[in-house]
Design a protein around this ligand. Structure first.
Ligand code: URP
Ligand code: ZN
Ligand code: ZN
Length: 496
């Protein structure tokens, strides 16, 4: 049936595996045809000379997440998803965070209220589990996984969120039994606490000492421990925001030993270094955890993107205004580094930075770019093939890029509610000129045209990538995929 609401014509279409000249026919918010010479649509988009890519899936960002006393995230679902749309991202997955003592379901319900009527792009939720009580482990978490919240984050650091190894094992066992994916923030909390005390006693409190308090060894040790815990339970995990060589070495070791460990990195580990924290109190703008490292580590992260070590690139957008008593200057003060809220903004700049410095320099291919920023995150979190690709039947979530557009990143050009970008003044080539969410323009020719509330909540499927390996005794103890019955039996035998 040649009845299209919209046809995107004459563009170069790229997915995670193909690049082709093709037109795309859209009807009722979905891609219904990919071909040459499609019939006219009611609306036509001329993509001559442009790239037509799946809209980005930013699978790690923080929006309107309740914070401790006196702190507030700058972006809610409106400003955060607006910024995402303007940077070519069409799906975001922020975090419903459980406070200690709170029911996990209450955290998820509260987060739905925060999102309601605000988002311009589609969204799913991860959960953050900080209080794995018996009720959470045996009732709430399994029920929420079944209801479409199929991933959760575990913190090994931050005093108010960290879990001990036993609690982590308990949660990994739930992930294994119920088919969810655990994301792990790997830094050694006790090392950080001791280093912080020691630095404070010596009067070293400036923002730059945030990096000193979280050296690579702290991340390396926790990364290895997380891998070991995943091995013990026999369940895949994702190590989030990997910052450099020593953590990467642990992940390479795991891969060499046949363990299914996924890895995420973020633009801050490709474009910033610890020197960016060394600028008086301005350095607070780049305080995030793990901290940015150095140029040598950046190169190792780029290598990991090129050779397939990394599964996804996310922004870890954690938005705090700089000049704000609820942001980087708590109570209006320039505070010691350990009181500076962690995180930097990056939803809108994630894709242009990676495209410009990754694809245009030849470090990664265009198809790898699509895989890392859209297809793999959609697969990892049970949203593929509806999201993360351009295929017949998929949602028409599409970013049309001008690969030649030169942009100097300036905060005044961005659409978040943060008062700075750590990438101020960086020149990039390539920017999304039109973003469609389910066939509707949300960003076009420099104008935001999406409406708050247009973005829908997406329940996630159980990700195939979260499935444990299965040992088949009949195959001489070899690991065999696709054995759902055996998998179920083994899971029961081990954990019930
Ligand atoms: O510094 C960071 N990354 N803040 C956001 C929270 C987290 O740990 O991802
Ligand atoms: Zn984290
Ligand atoms: Zn984060």
């Amino acid at each position: 049936m040649n009845d299209f609401d919209t046809v995107i014509r004459h563009g170069t279409v790229a997915t995670a595996c193909d690049t082709m000249q093709a037109d795309i026919g859209i009807r009722d918010g979905r891609v219904v045809a990919i071909g040459l010479g499609l019939a006219r649509g009611r609306e036509e988009i001329d993509a001559t000379g442009l790239l037509v890519l799946p809209g980005g899936v930013d699978a790690h960002c923080h929006l309107d997440q309740p914070m401790g006393e006196g702190l507030r995230m700058a972006d809610d679902f409106l400003t955060g998803t607006r910024s995402a749309a303007c940077g070519g991202t069409t799906t975001v997955i922020p975090f419903a965070a459980q406070e200690k003592g709170q029911s996990l379901r209450a955290a998820v319900e509260d987060y739905h209220r925060r999102a309601e009527g605000k988002a311009l792009v589609d969204y799913a939720f991860h959960m953050i589990v900080t209080d794995p009580t018996r009720t959470v482990l045996h009732e709430e978490l399994p029920a929420l996984i079944e209801a479409g919240y199929t991933s959760f984050k575990i913190y090994m650091t931050y005093e108010d969120m960290r879990l001990d190894d036993r609690q982590i094992l308990q949660l990994l066992a739930v992930a294994r039994r119920h088919g969810a994916l655990a994301m792990i923030h790997a830094e050694n909390a006790d090392c950080i606490a001791w280093l912080t005390e020691t630095l404070e006693e010596a009067g070293h409190t400036a923002p730059k000492f945030h990096a000193t308090s979280r050296p690579m060894a702290v991340e390396r040790e926790a990364t290895h421990r997380a891998i070991a815990l995943s091995e013990v339970v026999d369940v895949p995990i994702l190590i989030v925001h990997v910052s450099g060589r020593e953590a990467i070495d642990q992940i390479r070791w795991a891969h060499a030993h046949g363990l299914r460990i996924y890895a995420e990195t973020c633009p801050q580990y490709l474009f910033l270094t610890a020197n960016d924290l060394d600028d008086g109190y301005e350095g607070a703008k780049c305080v995030c955890s793990p901290p940015p490292r150095d140029k040598a580590n950046q190169r190792v992260v780029w290598d990991g993107l090129a050779d397939g070590l990394f599964t996804i690139v996310s922004s870890d957008h954690a938005p705090f205004r700089f000049d704000d008593p609820q942001g980087k200057k708590p109570g209006g003060q320039e505070v010691p580094f350990q009181y500076i809220p962690n995180g930097i903004p990056g939803l809108e700049t994630r894709l242009p930075l990676l495209f410009s410095e990754g694809v245009l320099t030849g470090r990664i291919t265009l198809n790898q770019f699509v895989a890392l920023t859209a297809t793999n995150p959609a697969r990892l979190y049970g949203l593929h093939p509806r999201k993360g690709t351009i295929a017949v039947g998929a949602d028409a979530d599409i970013a049309i890029w001008d690969p030649h557009r030169e942009v100097t990143i300036e905060n005044r050009l961005l659409h978040h509610a943060v008062d700075y970008t750590p990438y101020e003044g960086m020149r990039v080539t390539g920017w999304p000129v039109t973003t469609l969410v389910r066939g509707q323009r949300v960003w076009d020719a420099g104008q935001v045209c999406g409406q708050p509330g247009q973005g829908r909540f997406l329940p996630c499927g159980k990700p195939e990538m979260a499935r444990p390996k299965v040992v088949d005794p009949a195959a001489g103890g070899h690991y065999v995929a696709n054995l759902p019955d055996a998998l179920r039996q083994l899971t029961r035998a081990r954990h019930e």
